[in-house]
Each structure stands twice: as structure tokens, then as C-alpha cells.
Design a protein around this ligand. Sequence first.
Ligand code: CTP
Ligand code: MG
Length: 391
Amino acid sequence: MSLEIAAVVLAAGRGLRVGGDLPKQYRQIRGEAVIRASLAAFGRHQEVARVQPVIQREDLPLFQSATAGLDLLPPVQGGATRQASVRAGLEALSGTAPDIVLVHDAARPFLSSGLISRAIAAAAETGAAIPALAVTDTIKRVEADGRVAETLDRTTLRSVQTPQAFRFSVLLEAHRRAAAAGHDDFTDDAALAEWAGLPVTVFAGEPGNTKLTSAEDFAQAEATELTALTDVRTGNGFDVHAFTDGDHVWLAGVRIPHSRGLLGHSDADAPLHALVDAILGALADGDIGQHFPPSDPQWRGAPSDVFLKFAAERVRSRGGRIAHLDLTIVCEEPRIGLHRDAMRARIAEIAGLSPERVGVKATTSERLGFTGRSEGIVAMATATIRLPWRS
Ligand code: CTP
Ligand code: MG
């Protein structure tokens, strides 16, 4: 029987060391909110069935806008300390207890799916396992007055990360005992497990899985990514749909009342289809028809958001970023100008970008050709993406 795996993602801290108005988990990093990146890493992992966010209630509006579209359990209210926040997440899961729980700091958004897999495998084997890295600096213990007391043997030292993985029932029990004994400030779950007398083992962490703690960490993380994404690519996309009877059209994810409709297998949103092909083109990854065959009945009437989300996720899963999307719509009517900003906002939302990275333009074809006769609509798109350079 396969194990049921859940993740608790902690985002109830205030991020005091980073400073600023916004708690650090709601800031943007590498094009998305920190918390979104952390939650999505678990959400898209095959083996993880449920993702439990832990937040502060006052952050709920921030949380909702940062996590729109992710498949998550409703967030629960965290506590005054990290330990109390973990406990809140575990108690929320206890009704339908999973076999294994992964506890992760939202402030570590760069974890890979391989790390999650290793955490699950290690906990399945030993019951309690944490990701660790060898320490490369020489480490000293220093007295309060600044005097060096001793040099520690670094071969026995590890720096540890999250996700930390445990048998759920064992961790919950240890947390309840620790709270009852008046402990509230263990800084990680391994420390609490050690206190409870549970054996904890280590598995390989990853150097990129850093915790964003200071403002410099944010600057460093952006710089590191941009220097790695040197494979800059451009793709183009083109789509046509014919007008038919109807009372509205879907263009770039916006429903526009109109005296005609557009004919198509899905919602016939030609602009979104062109954008999808532009992104897939930049990835050299086929086209929309290859990934979503029109012969497949499940795409009948489908909202085209699904296709654009898929393409954007394809870029992210290659470790890349969409730098820019540009769209041209060719039609005599409906008039596009009024809807331009709504379209930019909607495209940005679906693709996970800021609207400043989305251009929407429209033109008529001077009454020439099939667009000029209002028989159909044309959409053309360009996508610029950045990928890590792999020859
Ligand atoms: N955390 C939490 N509840 C708390 C404190 C911390 O859920 N009461 C979470 C944070 O949101 C973060 C993780 O635990 O994802 C690790 O904590 P840390 O990096 O210390 O974050 P903050 O406490 O927010 O930052 P700071 O200590 O600088 O205020
Ligand atoms: Mg803290």
C-alpha cells in the first residue's frame, strides 16, 4: 500500500530580519511570490497528496492573491513561534492523518522536486529524516566577549534545511508532549524530535535550497538566477478562428459581449492559443495541438487558461522564466482598446507574470481579406523566455 504524504508549509513568521512592509514570504522572488514557489513545489510533486499552509490571519488577503489557482488545503492560523506554527499545521491534518508529513519553511522557495523525493524516501525508511549539508567553513565557538573558545571538528558538523520529514503520528505526539512540557521555541522539528528521544537521520540537502533571511539574500537570489538564465529564446505563435452565431467572444481570457461568437473546439480564444504556441515555440516543445489534441473530447469547450497555464508551467519546470509576452489581435470588431488592460492583467495572472511584462496590441486589416470582411479573427504572439544554459 502506498504511503499518504502531506506537507506543512510554514508562513506565519513576520520576516523581521528582512524588514520592509511586507512579510518576506509575500515578496516576489524570481518572478513569483516566495510562498507561491514553496507551496507549488509540493503541489506539483507526484507523491504529495495534501499541502497545508500555515499563515497569520491578518495576511489572508496577501495569501489569497499570492496563491490563486494552487490546489491547497485551507490555510490555518500559525502561532507566536515557529514550533507553535508547526503544531497548528499538524493538528489541522490530524483529522485524516497522513502517514508521512514534510515540514517546510515557506522562506525556502528554491527546493527541487528531487529533494522532496529524497525526504519522502528517507522518512519512509527511518521515520525521521532531515536534509543536511557538509560544513565547508571552519567553525569556532566564540565567547560573549568575542574571544574564541574552541575550534569545532567540522567533519562532524552539518548545516540543516527543510523539508524535514517524519512519521506523522510520531511527530504530532512529540509536538503535543513538548507543548505540554512548556517548550515553545525549538527552531526546527529535528531539535524537538531529539528532545523527545527520537532518532533522526540525515539525507543530502541541496546548496540552492537557501532560506531567505535578510534583504541581501533576496538580492543575491535574483542575481544568481539572472546570471544562470543565459539561454534567451524567442518563439512566435499564430491562430485563426472563424466567426459564427453567438453573443460573445473570449479574447485573451476576457469575455467580450459581441453580436457574433467564435467557432472552435475549445473556447476559441485565438489570442491565448497564439500565446501558447509562442511559448511552446520558444521551448522548441511542439505546439498546442500536439499537447491538447482537438480529437480529445476532454478539451471540448475548455477554457484556454488551461493551455496557457500548462505552457507557463513547462517553462518553470525547465528552471526558466517568461521575460515577456506580446500579442497582436487583427479584427475589425469587437474593438479591443477598451479591453486591453483587462487582457494584459488576465494573461499576466494566468501565466504568473507581472502585467508590465505583457503587451497587447490590436489592428484592423483595413477591411481587406477575411479579417477585413469580419469572417474571422487573427492573433499573433511573441514570447521571450530565459532558460538555464544547457548545451
Ligand atoms: N514561521 C512561522 N511561524 C512563526 C515564526 C516563523 O510559521 N511564528 C515560519 C516563517 O514564516 C518561515 C519559517 O518559519 O517560513 C522560518 O522562520 P524564519 O526564517 O525565522 O522567518 P521569520 O520568523 O518570518 O523571520 P524573522 O525571524 O527574521 O522575523
Ligand atoms: Mg524567525
